[in-house]
Design a protein around this ligand. Structure first.
Ligand code: MG
Length: 378
């Protein structure tokens, strides 16, 4: 422990240039400024493509893989890991994240513990780019947690026994494939079903033909008429559904307020709320919000959003994109604070590069590893 204190003390007086090492982008536009001192923060990033076990269909699109950017911040021999996941419908890509990360110059900061200053600087480099920002935020949290040798749920004072069960998503598909997917998900105590297409009732009836576990419903803005939406929610309410996520297009704030007032189930905003500044626009129109690190820019912002929503007496769920265990483990550090978790993104992929949080009988299990709780496995 004394070594660690000594390290922290020294870290506080370090100054000097930062090294930014960009590898593997294949564009030749990366720059390398290796520092002479070992006590500079060094940012590295590498594009990666995560492969999905099943074609993933939601209302509006389907895909077989998702681009991610794997980031590292190294400081005095300690490496913090981060990740940006870029599903195409959110507008970020390997190229945009690479362009953003090349603008990051951490040489302004001698001390990784100046997290508020560092992350304010990252936020102000350019608007948007939330997945890119999350990749820095997660890596910085991982690094700082490792320096003080504590996982973030302990730093925040959260009880690891209070992690929720995670839902497991069943994508839109034919009844035969849906039954196979539900069979593979028998460990999970809550399933999430993607609706908003022509076969909503068939999807739910198919799942109900093989399991009675509670369902979360995510419509991904797929219903366009508030009366039809209310009829569907009343029908779902008789089939052990916990809540309905983003039933209609996000622009229909008044229609969502009308629906939430009448709905027997909580109505949760996902596409309608990205960052903390969106909470005021959905307050009163939805029962709660779905927070995702890739939407809001990372763990710092997610923590603030949870506290803001709670102050407004709103429900909170924490969700994800298809991600490796790095970003999923980072989100799970916050999960003792939420009502519902939808953190199955790493379980849907076949080429994870991290070992992190696990799921036991459907419940998220935090480990005691420092930082966000991951170990690189490839
Ligand atoms: Mg959603």
């Amino acid at each position: 422990m004394s070594d660690r204190r000594e390290f922290i003390k020294k870290a506080g007086i370090i100054s000097g240039a930062i090294g930014i090492l960009n590898y593997g982008c294949g564009s030749g536009n990366g720059r390398e400024r290796k520092s002479k001192s070992s006590k500079n923060m060094i940012l590295r990033f590498k594009p990666y493509e995560i492969e999905l076990k099943h074609v993933f269909a939601i209302a509006g699109n389907s895909r077989r893989s998702t681009p991610v950017m794997l980031t590292e911040i190294e400081f005095d021999g300690i490496i913090g890991y981060g990740e940006a996941s870029m599903p195409p419908y959110l507008g970020e890509s390997h190229e945009t994240v690479s362009n953003f990360l090349q603008k990051v110059d951490l040489s302004k900061f001698a001390d990784p513990f100046l997290m508020e200053d560092i992350l304010d600087y990252i936020d102000n480099i350019a608007p948007g780019n939330y997945a890119a920002k999350a990749s820095i935020d997660i890596a910085l949290h991982d690094l700082v947690g490792k320096i003080i040798n504590q996982p973030w749920h302990r730093i925040w004072g959260l009880n690891p026994d209070k992690t929720p069960h995670t839902s497991f998503t069943i994508g839109i598909d034919t009844p035969d494939v849906v039954r196979v997917k539900v069979g593979e998900a028998s460990e999970f105590k809550i399933l999430k079903v993607k609706l908003g297409q022509y076969n909503d009732k068939e999807m739910v009836e198919t799942i109900r033909s093989v399991t009675d576990v509670p369902l979360c419903v995510d419509v991904n803005q797929g219903w366009t008429d508030k009366n039809v939406a209310l009829d569907m929610i009343n029908w779902l309410n008789e089939r052990n559904v916990l809540f309905v996520e983003q039933p209609m297009p996000k622009e229909l704030i008044d229609d969502h307020a009308w629906l939430t007032e009448r709905s027997p189930l909580p109505v949760i905003a996902d596409e309608a709320v990205q960052t903390i500044s969106d909470i005021k626009s959905v307050y009163g129109a939805y029962s709660g919000i779905n927070i995702k690190l890739m939407k809001c820019g990372g763990m710092r912002s997610a923590f603030k959003m949870i506290n803001t929503a709670r102050a407004l007496d709103m429900k909170v769920m924490i969700g994800c994109m298809t991600e490796t265990s790095c970003a999923i483990s980072a989100a799970t550090q916050l999960s003792p604070l939420v009502d519902w978790a939808d953190l199955d993104g790493n379980l849907l992929i076949s080429n994870d590069v991290f070992d992190g949080v696990t799921v036991k009988e459907g419940k998220l299990v935090l480990n005691n590893r420092a930082g966000v709780g991951v170990m690189k496995i490839s």
